[in-house]
Design a protein around this ligand. Sequence first.
Ligand code: AMP
Length: 496
Amino acid sequence: MTDQTSATISELTSDTPIMAFAQLQLAAPLARAVAEMGYETMTPIQAQAIPVVLQGRDVMGAAQTGTGKTAAFALPLMQRMLKHENTSTSPARHPVRALVLLPTRELADQVADNIKQYGKYTNLRSAVVFGGMDMKPQTLELKKGVEVLVATPGRLLDHIEAKNAVLNQVEYVVLDEADRMLDIGFLPDLQRILSYLPKQRTTLLFSATFSPEIKRLANSYLQDPVTIEVARSNATASTVEQHFYSVEGDDKRHALHQVLKDRGLKQAFVFVNSKLGCARLARSLEHEGLKTTALHGDKSQDERLKALESFKSGEVDLLVCTDVAARGLDIKDVPAVFNFDIPFHSEDYVHRIGRTGRAGAAGLAVTFVSKSDMRLVADIERLLKTKIELEPLEFDENLPDIRKQGHINDGRRMYQQEAGDTRREEFAARVPRAPRNDYRREPVKSQDPFFSKPYEPPVLTPDAAPSWEASARPGVRSVSSNIKTKRKVAALFKSA
Ligand code: AMP
């Protein structure tokens, strides 16, 4: 399937004029910031979107995070807003003129950080508000006045209701990762927020995938939009080698160990579908000797940042995560992505594997498919318009049999853990959740340098070899229980 999808990005970007930023005639303060960030040539989405946004047109953009999308909308919006910049200390002189909405805290922080950097030589003010943090510092910033407000929908509504944010002078709205906002169920919040904005405005909508719901949203809120696509919507990156292995549920952890070892992978993301499953899998893998951390929506902002930092620094080898937590993070060059669970929404497959093979680097995406997953795989086939071939996975007999370990060797410990989990879950279900405005938490700096620090694969000394290599011994191979030895199963399904 790699062959069939490989043409998409190169085909569709070959017509894109390669343009230098210098050709854009950006205002001097913006051009200076861009040059300082080391950008010389525009990315395809920038080359196409910036001129259109400069003309004040609405945009419906198909682009994933990691394509340079933030600069594609932020630079032209700021250029248009420069006519309003002023040094007055009066909040009235700094009304919100551009609103950028994103689905997750991490993305909001990342985008706000980029916008601060692009605008650092202008007098335009920007701020970010998202949930899980103390509202007070956000309120103080809003009260001083900001021209560019980056926000997640829930927290923005809190501020609107508290009359901290007034949106009646908004001229530009960016709905970023719009498909995900709909997935998370933000549509009612979005509609409420949009009802506070002036009708006369420019709207930019970006989404990695264009589902019928996104198109409906676009049709109701965009006026005569210019559609921009840098890759066919729902396309997967050309540089990602994709494999679908037939593995039954009980064998999936064993299979993960096997592929890590076979491929000599240093680090990987492992995607699962539920928060509980995420925490459990991370714990199991840790018990099995893999340095692992978990990232899911129930973790506090601080815990999420720590988990990511430990992955970026190479302290951990595996990041087990759910879709919500991992969406859009600018971590470059993750060597591999595993779909331990197949996503319920096929679009998430595209997002997940977009974590690897970024910026032209080679990536590996491995999906474990059990018999009960066939319908979900068929959904992915339909989305990608590609036939998926299931491959058998051969197991090295000298790899510790994870399945046996779980149930026999340290079964008691694991059983106790699971029981503890259940008790904690039940307890959590009975105990009311903390209120949304949790003033006890320490705010994190909105300009956390973490997000601007590119991911660099850790340099592994022999001592620090990936944890799975320590237990790997060459030897005879056996095959997972649902696969006959050495026979390629090659389960093909009909494409829809
Ligand atoms: P984004 O898709 O906006 O999250 O951007 C992904 C990464 O690409 C960020 O680290 C940006 O700083 C970087 N970037 C954006 N545009 C360019 C460019 N024209 N040249 C080099 N790097 C860029």
